[in-house]
Ligand binder design. Structure first.
Ligand code: COA
Length: 161
């Protein structure tokens, strides 16, 4: 049985992440979404808030689980028994960073491989920070995030200005 983990900051999760997740969940028995606490990125949403949003839009996937982590992604993979790390490649510009990370992860644990999925082309220019920026400036992100995530963004960004 192949277990995979899909790590990221997910601040917040977007339709682009969900597109990758859906593709991965169709291939692997179980996919863990691994939410990095990632204090270095100073996330807008707390880990609990990010997990709540992920839960709300992944309830219909029977083989998706959620985990959070502080340490190395390869250590989490080993802990949950996953041999695959899922990453998305949106554009050529993602490649250098992803290539370096995949090789470094494999250097740290050569039993764990990285598998890349490409999201639908509608999402190639999408990122969590773009979505945050659009909401902050009053724009509409309905096409880019699930309804609950949009509401959470508005609550967080427009009520705190
Ligand atoms: N759709 C939409 N946006 C996407 C996307 C997709 N399919 N894939 C990536 N993105 C966006 C993210 O939203 C994020 O946007 P932002 O920077 O505007 O917020 C950006 O692309 C970068 O995302 P990603 O590459 O997934 O990085 P991340 O910061 O979310 O996660 C970790 C990086 C957590 C996976 C990585 O730092 C890690 O593994 N850390 C653990 C420590 C470790 O093991 N380090 C050794 C690695 S060699």
């Amino acid at each position: 049985m192949k277990l995979a983990i899909y790590p990221g900051t997910f601040d917040p999760i977007t339709n682009g992440h969900l597109d990758i997740l859906e593709r991965a969940a169709a291939v692997f028995e179980t996919v863990y979404i691994a939410v990095a606490n990632n204090i270095h990125k100073d996330p807008l949403f707390s880990t609990e808030e990010r997990i709540r949003m992920i839960k709300s839009c992944t309830l219909h996937y029977p083989n998706v689980r959620i985990a959070q982590f502080d340490g190395l992604v390869v250590d989490l993979a080993q802990e949950v028994g996953a041999s695959i790390i899922i990453r998305g490649l949106r554009a050529i510009s993602d490649f250098d960073y992803e290539f370096q990370m995949a090789l470094m992860n494999r250097h740290m644990n050569d039993k764990i491989d990285t598998v890349f999925f490409m999201p639908h082309e509608d999402y190639t220019y999408l990122s969590s920070s773009t979505v945050r920026e659009i909401v902050r400036l009053g724009g509409d992100v309905s096409a880019f995030v699930p309804k609950y995530v949009k509401e959470e963004l508005i609550r967080k960004l427009r009520n705190t200005q």
